[in-house]
Ligand binder design. Sequence first.
Ligand SMILES: [Zn+2]
Length: 317
Amino acid sequence: MSGCVTALEYEGGIVAIDSGMVRPQMAACYLLETDSAIAVIETGNTHSAERILNMIASRGRQPQEVSHVIVTHVHLDHAGGAGTLMQHLPGASLVVHPRGARHMIDPSRLEASARAVYGDSEFDAMYGSLVPVPEERVLVMDDQESLMVGNRNLLFMDAPGHARHHFTIWDEHSRGWFAGDTFGLSYRELDTENGSFIFPTTTPIQFDPPVLISSIGRMMEKEPENMYLTHFGRVRDLHRLAADMRSSVLKFVEFAERFENEEERGQKIESAMMEWLFHRARKHGVRCEDEKLYDLLIGDVTLNTQGIEFWLDHGRE
Ligand SMILES: [Zn+2]
């Protein structure tokens, strides 16, 4: 597998590596290279470590040159491989949101809750066992704190909405955000002559629509030129995409309110969301077969439905 890893190279020493999870171009890890140091942003799962290390080697760099491993939040498609990767990067600190740090130092609760969601056999295949990161190697970044990777300044912004333990990282040099999941999902399979296609992502355990919209607004205040999404790769044309994100989050709220008191609420939200995404994708010029489009979307439609239901049951004050 590791011989044919997809890598997308962008300006400014930024490389997106396919983490190898689930399907090609589903989840990315990034390298940010400077002359004197490297940052790894997002770690994928346990198996992604080998891909990241191979990419570092194939670029003629050494593992010791990695000064920081940064996870935007502690969901396992972003941080599941952190402990394993850190064992191979002796000079690196793990940089994490204040609310996520304890789960990296002691991942037992994270592991237990993921096992409950996925079941033991799927969890074992995807993640093996989560490896703790020694506390002295963990560096917490609060809102508006910054750090240097070589000569490159990275600024951290608290970015809740998808998760309360989520920050996004501003790279002034490339005028781009490493956005994690706060700026949604944009799969390259849905690119058309009209550009990239974007929609929000939620999970069964957290979703806060107004807070997510305000995080997107704060990111846009920087007038970014690039968003480096974990799912998947760089997007531009950000005014259009930010407007799509805002209206999509409001659409989720509308689905929630429309089906709130109905029987089989989840099923109804799910089919309304799938229908809405199909309509949007076709309007955007996506021409693949219905079945292929359905397969590409169903995983996220299921998660987003669960996120909306979570918000209905727990989230609203
Ligand atoms: Zn994710």
